[in-house]
Design a protein around this ligand. Sequence first.
Ligand code: NCD
Length: 313
Amino acid sequence: MTTTIDSFAGEDILSVNQFDRASLNAIFGIAHEMRVLVERFGGAELLQGKILANLFYEPSTRTSSSFTAAMQRLGGQVIPINNVQYSSVSKGESLPDTIRTLESYADVIVIRHPEVGAAATAAYYAEKPVINAGDGVGEHPTQALLDLFTVQEELEQIDGLTVVMVGDLRYGRTVHSLTKLLLNYNVSFVFVSPDILRLPADVLEAVQTSGHSYSQVEDLHSVIGEADVLYMTRVQRERFTDLAEYDRVKDFFIADKALMAQAKEKMIVMHPLPRVGEISYALDDDPRAAYFRQMRNGMYIRMALLAALLGKA
Ligand code: NCD
């Protein structure tokens, strides 16, 4: 386990299991400084001369562009491979060879891939740090870090909160990573999903063995009044083999004004985005709607992580 920020230098970021409260505090402190830096000066030259390879085998808007912005605001440069269909991957190149290629040009590799464990495989072959930007239905650790940072910034505490996670808890990798990361704190969980989209057994088991209080329900209205954090998610259409099943469950939970009328006055609504109907646009003006601020926090967290991995934090 890595506990100080210095010990992240040269490391990979593959799973939230690598973090504890001390390292989270350190990263959040740096991310907060990055925010101040960006707001005052637009950035700094901390990573001048460094190059990041941004390798995305799955679609992305926020994760990809916030890594790019993070690197560029710290004075570094980016090799963007967002269209692997135009790279040698489409000629049949293996992941290890693609990784060996990129690390001969870059100092750090960010990878998103449809297979669970792909980032770990990349890290096995790479000497340079590898960051998991989503491995299929597995993990999305940097999203969980920015999610938790958002809770800390918005509510000024994490201990004592009730976190209500809603939607596709089965395939949503952001839910898997955030749930595990939250086990470092004294929180209560409410998991709201249709029966077929409940948390995977391994994540549920981690919650159970940790002794945190939790419940699994199918009705959002009955629990909304307890929420300090309402974490909405998209039903992950691309993970379904049977699209009729997807159609059946996709509109189960919608956060709208009627729902928010039953919520606490001091609470936040989060979403990793993209939203595809589960949060009404009418909520965007509600001060409790934190999802756009959350998205912006992604850049500060990724600036902090890049600085830490490249030994400049
Ligand atoms: C998420 C992802 O890719 O897992 N998006 C993101 O990184 N912000 C969530 C999603 O696609 O639903």
